[in-house]
Write a protein that binds this ligand. Sequence first.
Ligand code: 5GP
Ligand code: MN
Length: 314
Amino acid sequence: MSCLKTIVESKNRILITGHINPDGDAIGAGVALLLGLKKSYPDKRVEFVLQDSVPRHIKFLKGTSQIKRLENREIENYELAIFVDSANPERTGRVRDIVDECYIVNIDHHISNTLYGDLNIVKDISSTSELIYDIFENDLKINIDTDMANALYLGIINDTGNFSHSNVTARTFEIASKLLKKGVNNNYIVNNFFKNRTIEKIKLLGEVFTNMIYLREEKLIYYHLTSKKISELGITNEDTEGVVEELLSYSESEISLFMKDEKNGKIKGSLRSKNDIDVNRIASLLNGGGHKKAAGFTTELSVNQIIEKIKESI
Ligand code: 5GP
Ligand code: MN
C-alpha cells in the first residue's frame, strides 16, 4: 500500500487540519504528520492550521507552537488538504472554507465519518494517532523520531482514557510500546496531560458531583452547566473536558451526559456509554455523532427536550 505517499509527492503546498475545540488526538495526529512531512520533504511547504487555539494542557507538547490559527496562516492556495480526526468537513469550522480547490485526504477513526475525502483513510480503531502510526510505517515510510512519537502517544492516551476504554487492542499496546522505544517518557506525558487541572475545574467537579441527576430507569446520569454557573465559577471551555467521563464512574450508571450552555444560546452535549448502549445513535438523533461509547452534539433544544429525546431513544 502506497497511496498517500504518491499524492504527497505530487503536491507542494500542504495543509493539515483537525476539528474545532481540538483534543489530544487531533493535535497529536496533526503535529506528528506536520513534523514527519517537514522532515521527509524539506522542500515542500506544510502548515498545520486550526480554527481554535491549542488547549492549555496540551501546550507542553513539542511541535504545538508551530500550529497556526486560521487567521495567521502563511500559505495561500493549498494543493492538498489533510483532515485528521474530523468525522465531517464542518468539524474543522471555518478551515473547511479555504480548501475548496484542494485534493482532500480524510484520515479519521470515527464510525460516523462521512467519507468526504478524495482519499479516505478511515478505520474504526482507538485513535487517529494510532492510524497515523500505521500510515507512517506502511505508506509514507516516515521514520518516527522522539517528537513525533510523543505527539502520537499523547493522541493515543487522549482517546483511550490512558488505555482504559474498550477501543484499546493488542495493536494499541504494540504501537505504544514501539513509541516508548522511540523515546517517549510515559510519566512525563501523563503528568502534563492528565494531572494538570485548574482550581476552577476541580471546583466544577465538586459542583457536578453535588448536583448531578440520576435517572434510575434509563441508568442515565447527567448534569447541565448553565451560563450563570460558568461565570460564577470562572469556567473556561477547557475546564469542562472529561467531566462527562467522571460522571460515568457512578456504579449504577450506563450512560452519562454532560451539557453546557454555549454563548450562542445552544447547548453542547457530551455522551458516554459504559457497556452496550450506542451513544453515537443517540447523538445522531440530535444532529451529532462520534463513536458508540463517546459521542457529542450541539442543539437548540432545551435540557428537558434533550432528556425526553434520550429517554425515547433508549
Ligand atoms: P466530546 O463529547 O468529547 O466533545 O466528543 C466525543 C466524541 O464525539 C468525539 O469523538 C467527537 O469527535 C464526537 N463529537 C462531539 N461533538 C460532535 C458533533 O457535534 N458532531 C459530530 N459529528 N461528532 C461530535
Ligand atoms: Mn480521536
